[in-house]
Design a protein. Structure first.
Length: 76
């Protein structure tokens, strides 16, 4: 039997963004470390054009513009 210690937490700040955080412990005699991963899924809906990037800067700008605001919080 295999025991999996990896912890996964899913955050959904709004209907279009889902962030999954994984923390997998690496047990050592002296210290416990975590292998960490983050996956971001953004539902952009439909468009007549394909989505593509031609540079790292375009990817960075795209990531900066992801709206992670909770619509319920914006009503306050």
């Amino acid at each position: 039997m295999k025991k999996k210690l990896e912890e996964k937490i899913v955050y959904e700040p709004n209907e279009t963004v889902k962030v999954t955080v994984s923390n997998k412990p690496e047990l050592n005699d002296e210290v416990t470390r975590y292998k960490r991963k983050v996956s971001i899924v953004v539902d952009l809906g439909y468009d007549k054009d394909k989505l593509s990037f031609s540079s790292d800067d375009e990817i960075a700008k795209f990531l900066e513009n992801i709206d992670v605001e909770d619509p319920q919080q914006s009503l306050l």
